[in-house]
Design a protein around this ligand. Structure first.
Ligand code: ATP
Ligand code: MG
Length: 276
């Protein structure tokens, strides 16, 4: 569990985060959503200590990250896995070397043990036999999976992913989402995901923080988001007419107004009257 209270951050005159408080739950996919520039990346960077917030407190399972000395922060960071936007693999290293990198930095494993661990995580992300490939030989989805393997190789308690689906087609995005979701459950990780992918919100949004201009605007899960009356959130999530109609339909269904195909025909004939 990661709890943060009244986080504030500004760059010069630009107030990027204002009094943001939230709890990221253990064993869940915690999503930070919002339009470009709403402060998602800055918030994630504050949480892992890549940026120092101007105000506020951050607790990792009750321990104050804000008050920790450098040594304790270093130790905590070893329990944090990060999947960067664009995967950020080392181009000159093979898949195996990329995934092994954190083990070389932070573990005392022998080379044999490291190889076993690398093969374990590569198998977990369905990438057996890719050990000797270079990133340039991989598809976008495969690169993400290598990134995930590298992020989990040290068995993290906390996993941060910044836009894990950027640049991927919808189907591959679902595969990556499912992988992150399954790993979160399997290892009971507190997973924090920045996204503006609506499929992800609906598929894995167990605890969603919606940011608007650097402030917490709404919070809830993927069921609650459908019924939310927050106008800013709705404009963001259901931006297209198609998605707005889908939301209306889902609400009618939930209210029990749509019971069978016959009702559906009625609604299509009298749609506006019924929804108003
Ligand atoms: N290192 C920095 N120095 C100065 N300003 C910054 C820095 N990093 C981010 N910002 C500013 O903080 C604001 C929020 O940026 P941030 O990257 O958090 O947005 P975001 O919600 O992640 O957007 P996107 O969806 O495009 O990734 C922007 O106005 C940006 O210009
Ligand atoms: Mg960002």
């Amino acid at each position: 569990m990661i709890e943060f209270i009244n986080i504030g951050k500004q760059f010069g005159e630009n107030k990027v985060l204002t009094d943001v408080s939230h709890v990221m739950q253990t064993g869940q996919c915690n999503l930070i959503i919002g339009t470009s520039g709403s402060g998602k990346t800055v918030l994630q960077k504050c949480l892992v200590g890549l940026f120092e917030p101007d105000r506020g407190e951050i607790f990792y399972d009750g321990l104050s990250f804000t008050e920790m000395n450098n040594q304790s922060r270093k130790e905590l960071r070893q329990q944090i896995g990060m999947l960067f936007q664009g995967s950020a693999l080392f181009d000159s290293l093979t898949v195996e070397q990329n995934v092994m990198f954190p083990l070389e930095m932070f573990s005392k494993m022998t080379i044999g043990e490291r190889k076993i661990r690398v093969n374990e995580v590569l198998a977990r992300v369905n990438l057996v036999d890719a050990n000797n490939k270079f990133p340039s030989e991989l598809s976008g989805g495969m690169k993400k999976r290598v990134g995930i393997a590298r992020a989990i190789v040290l068995n993290p308690k906390y996993l941060f992913c910044d836009e894990p689906n950027s640049g991927l087609d919808p189907q591959t995005s679902l595969v990556i989402d499912k992988l992150i979701y399954d790993i979160t459950k399997e290892f009971n990780i507190t997973t924090v995901i920045n996204t503006h992918d609506m499929n992800s919100v609906m598929e894995i949004g167990e605890n969603i923080l919606y940011m608007y201009q650097g402030k917490k605007e709404w919070t809830g899960n993927n069921e609650e988001i459908i019924f939310s009356k927050n106008e800013r959130l709705n404009e963001f999530i259901f931006a297209s007419k198609f998605l707005q109609d889908a939301k209306d339909m889902r609400m009618l269904e939930a209210k029990g107004i749509i019971a069978d195909d016959r009702d559906m025909d009625e609604i299509l004939k009298n749609g506006d009257k019924l929804t108003n």
